[in-house]
Design a protein around this ligand. Structure first.
Ligand code: MRU
Length: 365
């Protein structure tokens, strides 16, 4: 996607072919800062401090983290240690484990001296596949938006509500939930996006809104509590969200607050779609509520708000009494019964085991 007319991905190999460059998402929407990663530890810190975030991008960063780690030792024991370190960075997004395990499957059978080169190749493939998958998600999702547009009066936009950031910044490019929107706009379909601010870290306000401004997509920012009201008044034609882990039975784990939006959508007969690449399906898990580990983040994210003051200084301010404690679960699980459909790179399917196996039959063997 373009930033000030220049095409960017969210992660890329530096010009020297060794280091890895990322966009520091903690600085957006106020500053566009590129950061360089040279060690596994820097990659791990970028993931856990959320300079990079979003399930597919976390996976891609971890894959490059393995490359960076191999520069200081390529034994099998070292590789296993790297995997443990990287997977521990964030527990919920399954793409992290998926990418690291994929790297190990490719690298462990190789002689040590071949591992570094093979690692960079594999990390590159993970990135390219992510871009292709998200573009395909965009095409399939845009067809759904097109069918909603047919029911609108001429020139009236399709109103889409999204939660958190599942745009190109959450992936290597295109995004998951935003890819259908970008594609629909490309096709000349009138679209308007309701952007949930997404407390506590405000990925909607800071990242989704920034992406939509850059792409010229009409949108409004809303507080997280406004979605139900808008749905009751017929102002939302569908919801499209991303996911950090979807179970084999179609339960969807995503940013905290997604479940409440799905409940409101269900009550108002608003279609609720989830966009995801196959790498986000955890085939080993069935019941999302019972089995998916939910990341608990620090209470300061709830007790303080970060933003830019009128002088252009980034500041965090307290919003609660100093003595008030907070809890901060980062994700929740929306049961499959509340999900109208899963938009994948292979097409749209019901949120169910049968639906997913229809698109990914190789997982049933
Ligand atoms: O904590 P984050 O910002 O990494 O969480 C990301 C999300 O939950 C997004 O909503 C997204 O849908 C999943 S990644 C495409």
């Amino acid at each position: 996607m373009k930033v000030n007319g220049q095409a960017y991905r969210s992660i890329w190999l530096a010009a020297d072919g060794v280091g890895v460059e990322i966009i520091d998402q903690t600085q957006l929407p106020f500053r566009f800062v590129v950061a360089r990663l040279d060690t596994l530890e820097e990659a791990a810190t970028a993931i856990s401090r959320m300079l990079v975030r979003g399930a597919p991008l976390i996976g891609a960063t971890a894959a490059y983290g393995v490359c960076l780690g191999l520069r200081s030792g390529a034994s099998s024991a070292a590789l296993e240690e790297m995997a443990v370190r990287l997977i521990a960075c964030r527990p919920t997004a399954v793409n992290l484990r998926w990418a690291v395990e994929r790297m190990l499957r490719v690298l462990l059978p190789l002689p040590e001296e071949q591992r570094l080169r093979a690692a960079y190749q594999e990390a590159g493939r993970i990135c390219e596949e992510d871009v292709a998958a998200n573009e395909a998600i965009g095409r399939h999702g845009a067809a759904l938006i097109a069918s909603l547009a047919e029911k609108k009066k001429l020139g009236e936009p399709v109103n889409i509500l999204t939660h958190c950031n599942a745009g190109w910044l959450a992936t290597v490019d295109w995004g998951t939930a935003l890819a259908p929107i970008f594609k629909a706009v490309e096709q000349g379909i009138a679209v308007h996006v309701w952007v949930d601010e997404t407390r506590p870290r405000n990925q909607g306000a800071s990242l989704t809104a920034w992406e939509l401004v850059a792409a010229g997509v009409p949108h409004h920012l809303i507080v997280d509590n406004a979605g139900g009201h808008l749905m009751q008044h017929g102002l939302v034609d569908c919801c499209i969200v991303g996911t950090d882990r979807t179970t084999a039975s179609g339960d969807v784990c995503n940013k905290i607050g997604t479940y409440l939006k799905a409940l409101a959508a269900f009550d108002n007969q608003v279609p609720f779609y989830v966009a995801l690449p196959g790498s986000t399906v955890d085939w080993s898990v069935d019941n999302g509520v019972a089995e998916i580990p939910i990341e608990e983040r620090g209470q300061e994210e709830v007790l303080r708000l970060q933003g830019q003051d009128d002088e252009g200084t980034l500041r965090a301010i307290a919003i609660a009494p100093a003595a008030t404690p907070a809890v901060n679960p980062a994700f929740d699980v929306t049961p499959a019964r509340l999900v109208s459909g899963l938009i994948t790179e292979r097409g749209v399917c019901p949120a169910s085991r049968q639906g997913l196996l229809g698109l990914y039959p190789e997982q049933g063997k």
